[in-house]
Design a protein around this ligand. Sequence first.
Ligand code: PEP
Ligand code: MN
Length: 261
Amino acid sequence: MHYRKIDLEQTSDYFSLNKKTPFIATGPCAIESIEQIEQSIDFFSSNHINYIRTFPYKVRTSPYDYQGIGDDILPTIKKLKIKYNIKTIAEIYSQKQLEKCIDTIDIIQIGTRFMYHRELLSDLGKINKPIILKRGFNATIQEWLLSAEFYLLEGGHNLLLCDRGIRTFENSHRNSFDITSILAVREMSDIPVIVDPSHILGKRDGISKIVKSALVAGFDGFIFESHPDPKNALSDKDQQLNFTQAAELINDINNFYKKLL
Ligand code: PEP
Ligand code: MN
């Protein structure tokens, strides 16, 4: 199989990978209120994090769990994005949502459950909308890269892959970290690959160790979850970092990365 080359310079530029720093994005699992998201954006942008999770919709396994704040928050996100000069990231999973979010969300996350949504990937490719394409929890590397092809084939070239763990027989953590995925992707493709340690572990403990091992293995950065008050979060409360822990992690990542250069 021949995989398409991407415009690595443009992608690196968009995701700030040219400066030889890892990509770092964070923010709450889901938006819960105007105060919660503004507090998060204010804190992280003043800590030099310009890629921030601003999720109006939340993909949940159960229809009885918190589904996100919904469309009404979009004008607020737009205002905050301009005020703080950040790039917003959110998962969307339908063309209807895409239409509503197109000017508000800069980077569309395609989540693990929607890696196979070829029609959406093709539509995003046609308009070269920046995306983060997560690995399906049961997808091989080849299937993951082939999903990326649906985007690339239509002319899209602004994308990151994100490994967020896969489902194995092991259930001590939410997922299993396939640290070898970076080696396999690098043999076939030049698309940068980041890691989501929050959804791999499902808990706060161990995130710092996992991100360091990911840097050693050659991954290009991270997206992790943080919340002003994780214990009372409406989703994923066990894995979100509070702001002090998140700032420490960001420091750790940057210092460790410098040592590897
Ligand atoms: C998320 O990032 O909020 C998320 C649900 O991730 P994943 O699709 O990897 O489970
Ligand atoms: Mn989450």
